[in-house]
Design a protein around this ligand. Structure first.
Ligand code: FE2
Length: 262
């Protein structure tokens, strides 16, 4: 793994050492302050390009195209809102997904399953343990966004998301987010409407470089990936970890996300 990850800069393999402890503390502090942390240069130089070359043939020929109109909640309706409420404005998402079962033996899966990474992530979140998923499709995905494609505004279902940017596009494809747009007690529908109308001055843009690991709390922070422009596809690995072992998706979830049950 030391040829793949920059373990000199990010000493995941030296759990409990002062350097490891410092990295955990800095990451926890960033999560607390900004709802995310970034490990830039997590991949050694050249690794992102090699990883993209591994994924490319599958992405080009066998990825699942997901294209749909949705609201920020990914729900058909919200009981306390009338269907024409501006917080329910529809937006379009188009993306290409490669599932874990399509890339056995890949660098992406090796990083996903690297135990020091799983333990490090648990430590940054103050959790006793995290586990990889057992789902053969959902464990790790690589998402592709081509010219004209975007992941539109949404809140995440999961408490946090771990991603690794493999290839940045020429233009667009930026990560835009609005921290704490809602809370567990306050849905802030007017604020949601304002964001969807492009009138939220607190929305921020994060321009990531290929090879950056990002951990993000997206349950109450609205976020999107803006429309990609230019020839180069945005490619990003998405890693799913859970506090309990053995998590798998239902058949309905697999069909909804990937268009197939197995
Ligand atoms: Fe998300």
């Amino acid at each position: 793994m030391e040829d793949i990850l920059d373990l000199d800069r990010y000493p995941l393999d030296r759990e409990g050492s002062p350097d490891w402890q410092r990295l955990v503390e800095a990451s926890t502090a960033a999560l607390e302050a900004n709802g995310m942390f970034n490990l830039e240069g997590f991949l050694r130089p050249g690794v992102a390009e090699r990883t993209v070359a591994e994924i490319r043939p599958v992405m080009d020929t066998r990825s699942h195209v997901h294209k749909r109109m949705h609201n920020i909640y990914f729900k058909p309706s919200i009981p306390e809102l009338s269907p024409d409420h501006p917080a329910l404005r529809k937006v379009e998402t188009i993306s290409h997904t490669v599932c874990a079962d399509q890339i056995p033996g890949s660098t992406v899966l090796a990083i996903y399953e690297y135990e020091p990474l799983v333990r490090f992530l648990a430590a940054t979140m103050g959790k006793p343990q995290l586990h990889v998923m057992q789902d053969p499709l959902a464990r790790a995905n690589v998402m592709g966004y081509r010219a004209g494609e975007a992941l539109n505004w949404h809140f995440d279902r999961s408490e946090f998301t771990t991603t690794l940017l493999l290839q940045a596009p020429e233009r667009g494809g930026d990560f835009e987010y609005r921290t704490d747009l809602r809370s567990d007690d306050d849905p802030n529908y007017d604020g949601v409407a304002q964001l969807l109308e492009g009138r939220d001055p607190e929305a921020k843009i994060l321009r990531m470089r290929a090879g950056t690991l990002n951990v993000f709390r997206g349950k109450n922070t609205a976020h999107r990936v803006t429309t990609v422009e230019g020839e180069r596809e945005r490619m990003i690995a998405v890693f799913s970890y859970y506090e309990r072992p053995g998590v798998i998706f239902s058949e309905e979830e697999r069909i909804g996300f990937y268009g197939r049950a197995a």
